[in-house]
Ligand binder design. Structure first.
Ligand code: B3K
Ligand code: ZN
Length: 887
């Protein structure tokens, strides 16, 4: 491998040449594909004749012409990564290239490749350079046409971006289609699909009355499973008009489902390509979680049409400009389609479980990274999820209307442009004449801020003070940090549990009124901007219990001086449902950590009766949403608890979580049994919040019960498995049975495979359930499953299910004998030769090796070292492995 080159944001330079129009022509053959590109080139500076450097990887150059004249030796240089035109003409010119590529040999699933016999593309971030020579950077925006020619019986459907303007039959059984995209776009949004596909067709009439043809393409047998995807698409189109005022801009919108795809989906202009996992669903084969994910991701990719496509990124460092914003938009969409609180809880859990550890580890990077070796490694939870939190903070600070004014101005100013995170910030600020202090630090400083808060009540003065202090931990390359601008949404509860009306706050030497327009205000947003700062509420008639960071108003770790009694009080009464859940989670985390300490001292584990009581009250509160109850009785994950420990101890955390679950199940057995009975239903599957909530609560209760050693319960769980009429219930029951080794487990797993072996998406669930099992020594089973007939290392979904699933089991992946590390180390090296992007995702499981005890550290380090020294290692894996070792 060439020495990997790190690319820095500070080195960004405007391109020397722009491209105005791009006419592509593909001849798709079985042995090779020929790509002809005709590009009109415009120098940025008149008369400048700098060399034109085109990116190109794995391409065979057949010819290159300028203004119709074939270039001769010496007029260009071609290497493994570039084609350089040494002295192009000084004015505008036409560049024509012909190249050959081998899609059937492309296992990286980047560029043009074949999936189940069909051709498809994936260009973001830098895959277009595997299709033709180009300036593969997002600030090169051009208008495209795309002509596709292929054998008609093998590839009856030929798709690309924009509108179909011509098609016809050709000699020799071939046919062609010519597509024209009227919108300028960066090359990462280019797409082509060719194959044996059929479409589910529908229409959407936009707010201005334009009728848009909607088509979801799949292999014919999967068409019945696209109903929910179509529903999701139409809902997303309507929602974007209603909430953001964004109308779709072409007469056609295509979605194609493919089984081999590195990630979830891709927002190519008018031709979204999706991992089939995020399109195909039927009640029998997909769970509620699958249905919800499809809704969210179909929404996400559709929303990119404005946030990403019409307004795109100047360079890849700005990725969060489109991803953070679009994740925020899809989160809001899903909230509006279901339960806002439950969605928020899910999103915050995801942030805590995945992003917090990233922000505290060797791969910590700001929402806008400063450098990268391989951009694909920066499609991270930090850029996406923390980025979405940054966007959410603008909304928290500006309110819904102010935020909408900001996005309106952003689209008005930047439609058709490639811009930066500062441009988004400026639109928010200017539309509202807002003072955002040092808010931009959220884009440049990595690390999760730690905010401490202490409270005091002065009965005489009737004031209540909150003293904040904040620190941002050092991260690689950023040893010292500035204080951040942290919006803290806060309310005060009186002794009966009601919100107190807030009147005014004394802060920074000023008394500011909180009440507005004669309406009482119960939540206010405190703007914490300094290292240390105090806010004093006035006219507070009794000592309140503060409810802080309502709705999780900033992505921080909050450490308050609330007592356990205060937390139980908030759990029972807070009007902010998110904070009710949060209070329960804080209590659970404390409880788990205290029992981990007991476990490590070999002292007996105990469960605080007050905690059991708190959980019981939630279980029995019929006024609460059922999905909320399910979330509130679910303990924090093992990873989340390990993240809070000085030295992570997977065995102790696992034992404690298991102990508490079993204790709760045994003490609340009667209540859990009732929940299962009351929430069963044999009615037809409906995907709506009420039914999903009912199923979630029933299955959560079933999961608890199944942790008991109890014949009657085993019977019950088997009964639920056998009588299930949808995948949500069937799979939950299977997972419940699978908790314990034994015949019941083996039989159920075999029965499930038998029933679903023809459905690869269901088989993936079966793989993941087994590989992520906590059963001791599970690495052996996973090894065996690698040679199962249904496993294929070339298919990313199967790898994510089997290998990714295995890494999700802390006890087995971190097995003290190093067997889990060895397993992953070997797989990564093997996988890297086929698909570096997928291998790089897998190697990330090692990145927090320093968090564990010395024995584990040594074992994990040895594997990382082995990986780094492997021959022909990709830049993708090199970057993650070497940065992990560098800490
Ligand atoms: N923009 C794509 C992600 C591309 C990842 C490239 N390695 C999907 C999305 O976030 O919408
Ligand atoms: Zn996205």
């Amino acid at each position: 491998m060439d020495a990997p080159k790190e690319i820095f944001l500070k080195d960004y330079k405007l391109p020397d040449y722009y491209f105005d129009t791009v006419d592509l022509s593909f001849f798709l053959g079985e042995e090779k594909t020929t790509v002809s590109a005709k590009i009109s080139v415009v120098p940025r500076v008149d008369g400048g004749a700098a060399p034109l450097v085109l990116d190109g990887v794995d391409l065979k150059l057949i010819s290159v012409k300028i203004n119709g004249n074939e270039l001769k030796e010496g007029e260009f240089q071609v290497g493994p990564r570039h084609l350089i035109l040494t002295s192009p003409p000084s004015g505008n010119f036409i560049l024509e290239t012909v190249t050959e590529i081998l899609p059937h040999k492309n296992t990286s699933l980047e560029g043009l490749y074949k999936s189940s016999g069909n051709f498809c593309t994936q260009c973001e971030a830098e895959g277009f350079r595997k299709i033709t020579f180009y300036q593969d950077r997002p600030d090169i925006m051009a208008k495209y046409t795309c002509r596709i020619e292929a054998n008609k019986s093998l590839y009856p459907v030929l798709l690309s971006n924009g509108n179909l303007i011509e098609q016809g039959d050709l000699e020799g059984g071939n046919h062609f289609a010519l597509w024209e995209d009227p919108f300028k776009k960066p090359c990462y949004l280019f797409a082509l699909v060719a194959g044996q596909l059929e479409s589910r067709d529908d229409t959407f009439t936009t707010c201005s009355g334009r009728k848009v043809a909607l088509k979801i393409w799949t292999p014919p047998q999967d068409l019945p499973k696209t109903e929910h995807a179509m529903y999701s698409l139409k809902a997303a189109m309507k929602w974007d008009e209603d909430v953001f005022g964004r109308e779709y801009d072409l007469d056609i919108f295509n979605i194609v489902s493919v089984p081999d795809f590195n990630m979830g989906a891709m927002e190519n202009k008018s031709l979204n390509i999706f991992n089939s996992k995020l399109v195909l669903a039927s009640p029998e084969t997909a769970t509620d979680a699958d249905y919800a994910a499809i809704l969210g991701v179909i929404g996400h990719e559709y929303f990119h049409n404005w946030t990403g496509n019409r307004v795109t990124c100047r360079d890849w460092f700005q990725l969060s400009l489109k991803e953070g914003l679009t994740v925020f938009r899809d989160q809001e969409f899903s909230s509006d389609m279901g339960s806002r609180t439950v969605k928020r809880i899910g999103d915050v859990s995801k942030l805590r479980t995945y992003q917090f550890p990233q922000d505290a580890g060797p791969m910590a990077h700001p929402v806008r990274p400063h450098s990268y070796i391989k951009m694909d490694n920066f499609y991270t939870v930090t850029v996406y999820e923390k980025g979405a939190e940054v966007v959410r903070m603008y909304k928290t600070l500006l309110g819904s209307q102010g935020f909408r004014k900001g996005t309106d101005l952003y689209f008005e100013r930047h439609d058709g442009q490639a811009v930066t995170c500062e441009d988004f910030f400026a639109a928010m600020r200017d539309a509202n004449d807002a003072d955002f202090a040092n808010f931009l630090l959220w884009y440049s400083q990595a690390g999760t801020p730690i905010v401490k808060v202490t409270s005091s009540y002065n009965a005489e003065a009737r004031t209540f003070s909150l003293k904040f202090s904040q620190t941002v931990p050092p991260t690689p390359g950023q040893p010292v940090k500035e204080p951040m601008f942290i919006p803290v949404a806060a309310g005060l509860l009186d002794s009966s549990g009601k919100d107190m009306p807030l009147s005014s706050i004394y802060h920074d030497g000023k008394l500011e009124s909180v009440a507005c327009c004669g309406q009482p205000v119960y939540t206010t947003v405190l703007r914490v901007t300094k290292g240390e700062e105090e806010f004093t509420f006035s006219d507070v008639p009794e000592k309140p219990i503060p409810s802080l960071l309502r709705g999780y108003s900033a992505p921080i770790r909050l450490q308050s001086d609330l007592t356990d009694d205060d937390l139980f009080f908030l759990l029972a009464h807070d009007s902010d449902e998110f904070n009710r859940w949060e209070a329960g989670q804080i209590l659970a985390r404390k409880l788990m950590l205290s029992q981990v300490a007991n476990f490590q001292k070999s002292s007996p584990l105990v469960l605080d009766p007050q905690f059991v009581h708190g959980i019981k009250c939630i279980l029995l509160d019929s006024s609460l949403d059922k999905e909320f109850i399910a979330k509130a009785i679910t303990l924090p994950g093992e990873g989340e608890v390990m993240d809070l420990m000085e030295v992570a101890d997977p065995d102790a955390v696992h034992a404690v979580r298991k102990f508490i679950r079993k204790q709760l199940a045994s003490q609340l057995k009667h209540e859990f049994l009732n929940l299962v009975k009351e929430n069963r239903s044999s009615e037809k599957y409906v995907f709506d919040h009420t039914n999903m909530a009912r199923r979630t609560l029933k299955n959560t209760a079933l999961g608890y019960l199944a942790s008991l050693e109890d014949e009657e319960i085993t019977e019950l769980v088997l009964h639920e498995y056998k009588t299930a009429t949808n995948m949500t219930d069937q799979f939950s029951a299977l997972a419940a049975i699978a908790q314990k080794p034994g015949k019941a487990r083996d039989d159920a797993l075999a029965d499930f495979y038998n029933q679903w072996q023809h459905d690869y998406l269901v088989v993936n669930k079966w793989f993941a359930l087994q590989s992520s099992s906590d059963i001791p020594g599970n690495v052996e089973n996973v090894h065996k499953l690698l040679s199962h007939q249904a496993f294929d290392i070339k298919n990313p979904n199967k790898v994510y299910s089997l290998i990714g699933g295995f890494c999700a089991s802390p006890v087995n992946f971190h097995a003290k004998d190093g067997s889990g590390y060895k397993f992953l180390g070997e797989i990564v090296v093997q996988l890297d030769k086929l698909n570096p992007q997928v291998a790089s995702r897998m190697v990330s499981a090692f990145s927090r090796w320093k968090r564990y005890d010395e024995t584990r550290q040594n074992l994990a380090k040895a594997q990382l070292e082995k990986i780094v020294s492997a021959n022909g290692l990709s830049e993708n894996v090199y970057e993650i492995a070497s940065k992990s070792l560098a800490v």
